[in-house]
Design a protein around this ligand. Structure first.
Ligand code: HEM
Length: 140
């Protein structure tokens, strides 16, 4: 890991890597929170509007998840050298939480009951926020 000089800009490649990672995190995490806010209004419109909204979001959500995993692996290869045990533990837990948010989103999209939809959406949202916070701690 290179320690930046005080007041120095990030190297270009690191800036590109983190910008893509953070943009994809904004879509995956912020999108779920935004969708939760829009769904009650869409339900009120009837005609399957909330399902159509969820399907439209899925077309944006999954490419963002793929970008998070790809840039996450890039992050690890660029920053893991010389990191301490605490960093490695946080990374390991974060990877498990990332898998959980993806799995919960998948189960949410295949749920047919109201309870299943709500439960898996809550698990996916909470674990996505946890992954975001852990990422901020990893970046230091
Ligand atoms: C839901 C998925 C994910 C979210 C929401 C997420 C979010 C974030 C955020 C917000 C940061 C902080 C960026 C900054 O402050 O500059 C970060 C950093 C980081 N993430 Fe993720 N991330 C996800 C997936 C992954 C995956 C799958 C990996 C590893 C395979 C990973 C590894 C890392 C590493 C190592 C850093 C530190 C990068 C650095 O110090 O340059 N992330 N992540």
């Amino acid at each position: 890991m290179t320690v930046p000089l005080p007041g120095a800009l990030s190297p270009t490649l690191a800036g590109i890597r983190l910008s893509i990672h953070v943009l994809a995190a904004a879509v995956w995490v912020g999108g779920q929170i935004t969708l939760a806010g829009l769904v009650p209004t869409a339900r009120g419109l009837g005609g399957g509007a909330s399902r159509a909204l969820a399907q439209a979001f899925a077309r944006v959500q999954w490419p963002a998840y793929a970008a998070l995993v790809a840039t996450g692996i890039w992050n690890v290869s660029a920053t893991h050298a010389g990191q301490g045990t605490a960093w490695q533990v946080v990374l390991g837990v974060k990877i498990a939480v990332v898998a959980l948010t993806g799995l919960a989103a998948l189960l949410h999209s295949h749920s047919s009951s109201r309870a299943g939809l709500a439960a898996w959406r809550a698990v996916s949202s909470l674990s996505s926020v946890t992954a975001l916070v852990m990422g901020v701690f990893l970046a230091g």
